[in-house]
Design a protein around this ligand. Structure first.
Ligand code: RFL
Ligand code: PHB
Length: 391
């Protein structure tokens, strides 16, 4: 176990693994410390849509071979409401597209690259604690396989997600938190069945929102909006498929191929931003600093853009002794983060049923959907945000 490194990275989700790889490629020593096992990290089914900025970041990290071969390029999405579907053609509107490639696969590719690089990664670390990041000599302590360890470093990258130790180590008086918790969650099912359509369908229905997504041409990912208090155990596969079918347009409901679920879980929906994203020599990146509701497919992509900025800042510092990019890190990230927060909040408000919405709110929501599908300008605004704003 190394006793010192340049950058200590807390968390081996996509943010931590990608940062590790970008630094390794640039010749900057780093150690990743993760509290769970590699199998546990790979078992979490999460995001599925990559922006081109994320694909480019993975290419720069040298982990895009399988993504290029197996990822599905999608030129648009479909919106379904009042029994009909309306296509938003990203390619025609703005000449760009997105790639369908699961977060699990991104993580698997990054883990393989880490193993090949020989750079240290510690799984199943417990009692991870951050010390002295307000000085020039930060340290990370943790326990692993029964013994205590201390790692001295120049910088700490807090990539340990929403519930991690990094943000929690910062005094509350040094942060400002912005938060919105939604009164519903998404019940998700993964199944070894062909997707109902060639592209994603985002459905707004009086029974609630539904999303038809996919991982490949033979594996589907579906979601239905459920109350925040709901438990996944209350949903048999049959109940899930009936509810999904009820929220789709007749053609999609007819075409839906069902099968046993491989995974079923509920994700709460939340908007959250912690400002700033830097505290002395501690930098927060990804879900450790911000959460978006999944409606805009932005969570994983924001984690990737934070990490790109952080890697560039650390490279400028180590290779040229130039601290300017690290100094600008928080402000630069937050500008992009807030635009993604706005878009994700807007998509969520547009497509979900809110339990406290009155008749006026319903009419406004319907009018907004009608305006959107009838206006090229509005469709272009959605397309521009969905495929991802420039890094
Ligand atoms: P992650 O993926 O949460 O990884 C953080 C890692 O840090 C570890 N960790 C610690 N390690 C050491 N010490 C500690 N004290 C630690 N505490 C935690 C954790 O075990 C974990 O391995 O954050 P990262 O890397 O920032 O990546 C962000 C993305 O994972 C996230 O934005 C998206 O997955 C969000 N998200 C979704 N985004 C989408 O774009 N589309 C989706 O469909 C979608 N579904 C989801 C999601 C997030 C979910 N969460 C967080 C509950 C579904 C769920 C259920
Ligand atoms: C997914 O495939 O899991 C997915 C796709 C698009 C979203 C959210 C989740 O907006």
């Amino acid at each position: 176990m190394p006793r010192a490194t340049r950058v200590a990275i807390i968390g081996a989700g996509p943010a931590g693994l990608l940062l590790g790889q970008l630094l390794t490629v640039a010749g900057i020593d780093n150690v990743i410390i993760e509290q769970r096992s590699a199998e546990h990290v790979l078992g979490r089914i999460r995001a599925g849509i990559l922006e081109s900025v994320t694909v480019d970041a993975l290419a720069r990290a040298g982990v895009d071979q399988r993504l290029r071969a197996e990822g599905l390029r999608h030129h648009g999405i479909e919106l379904s409401y009042r029994g009909a579907r309306h296509r938003i053609d990203f390619h025609a509107l703005i000449g760009r597209d997105v790639t369908v490639y699961g977060q699990t696969e991104v993580t698997r590719d990054l883990m393989a690259a880490r193993a090949a690089s020989g750079m240290p990664i510690v799984y199943e670390a417990t009692d991870v604690s951050l010390h002295d990041f307000d000085t020039d000599r930060p340290r990370v302590t943790f326990r692993h396989a029964g013994s205590a360890h201390e790692l001295a470093c120049d910088y700490v990258a807090g990539c340990d997600g929403f519930h991690g130790v990094s943000r929690a180590s910062v005094p509350e008086t040094s942060t400002r938190i912005f938060e919105r918790v939604y009164p519903f969650g998404w019940l998700g099912v993964l199944s070894e069945t062909p997707p109902v359509a060639d592209e994603l369908i985002y459905a707004s229905h009086e029974r609630g929102f539904a999303l038809c997504s996919m991982r490949s041409k033979t594996r589907s990912r579906y979601y239905v909006q459920v109350p925040a208090t709901e438990r996944a155990e209350a949903w048999s596969d049959a109940r899930f498929w009936d509810e999904l079918r009820a929220r789709l347009d007749p053609a999609a409901a007819q075409a839906l191929v069902t099968g046993p679920s491989i995974e079923k879980s509920i994700a709460p929906l939340r908007s959250f931003v912690c400002e700033p994203m830097r505290f002395g020599r501690l930098f927060l990146a990804g879900d450790a600093a911000h959460i978006v509701p999944p409606t805009g497919a932005k969570g994983l992509n924001l984690a990737a853009s934070d990490v790109l900025y952080l890697a560039d800042g650390l490279i400028a510092q180590y290779q040229r002794g130039d601290p300017a990019e690290l100094d600008a890190y928080s402000a630069k990230c937050l500008r992009r983060v807030w635009k993604a927060e706005r878009f994700s909040w807007w998509m969520t408000a547009l497509l979900h049923r809110f339990p406290d919405a009155d008749a006026f709110a319903h009419r406004i929501q319907q009018a907004e959907l009608d305006y959107l599908v009838g206006s090229e300008a509005a469709c272009r605004a959605l397309a521009e945000n969905y495929v991802g704003l420039p890094a």
